[in-house]
Ligand binder design. Sequence first.
Ligand SMILES: Cc1cc2nc3c(=O)[nH]c(=O)nc-3n(C[C@H](O)[C@H](O)[C@H](O)COP(=O)(O)O)c2cc1C
Length: 311
Amino acid sequence: MKNNKITQLFNIQHPIIQGGMIWVSGYKLASAVSNAGGLGLIGAGSMYPDVLREHIQKCKKATDKPFGVNVPMLYPQIDEIMKIIVEEGVKIVFTSAGNPKTWTAFLKEKGITVVHVVSSVKFALKAEAAGVDAVVCEGFEAGGHNGREETTTFTLIPMVKEQVKIPVIAAGGIGTGRGMLAAMVLGADGVQIGSRFAATLESSAHDNFKQTIVNVKDGDTQLTLKELAPVRLVKNKFFQEVQELYKQNPSVEQIKELLGRARAKRGMFEGDLDDGELEIGQIAGLIHEIKPAKQVLEEIIAEYNLVKESL
Ligand SMILES: Cc1cc2nc3c(=O)[nH]c(=O)nc-3n(C[C@H](O)[C@H](O)[C@H](O)COP(=O)(O)O)c2cc1C
């Protein structure tokens, strides 16, 4: 797509970004998306620093196209992660879950293109003021962690577009060409897609989790754990336990205790569908098949063009 701010910003063919996803987006998925003409992102959030370095090195071998790294800023060893990103010559970084002021200037000084993920107009303005090159505006429908305000993608995009000058990338609830077109009509310059790419052959999600994504229907996910970090989860046994605990008006400590450690890894990477945390977006109700990432991307673009013509 020519004359598009996102394809120009990243030097890619299609304004489609594969969102960074803990336990799901390693170098295999990122390189497959980049090779297909989108922008693949390695999800650093679930990787120890040396594991991230390995994924970056393998990604460089697997593609000669641009790719990036997503860094959730609540990551404990973030200094080391950023050091590795610079040492390995990564050119694009998407930051999330934190203050965009903290790392943007450092990364920009190294010549890195920086994008920050937000879920409100207020934070989009903060990110713009911090000097980022673009914002990802993620609505309530999205898989993974999200804003407390529950602003939907459909309302967030035009509201952000009205206030910021930098390019806007829509995320949350997009998994088809129709969805992408709708987001672009609302003012987005490109889209970031997570859930649809989680159910691909190259995703590192456990097969049990991929199959769950295919089985999920509308109403099968919910945003929860708002006292800690709001996250959209499949309503499995663990989710029901959280709901039971809420009936007792629990303290934050009690919620933390129930969550325990490594729930997300157990669910999404190890395939424990009962006791693990299963993060996926509402659009999973429209995901019916596990496919190669290239096919997903090509089908989105084909449908986008077809529907655009027919309108
Ligand atoms: C399993 C899963 C893990 C995710 N992990 C992260 C993450 O580590 N960092 C981040 O910024 N966003 C994360 N996200 C959000 C995605 O990058 C993306 O913005 C979101 O999935 C878009 O909405 P969609 O799921 O409706 O496509 C995650 C999403 C999913 C489904």
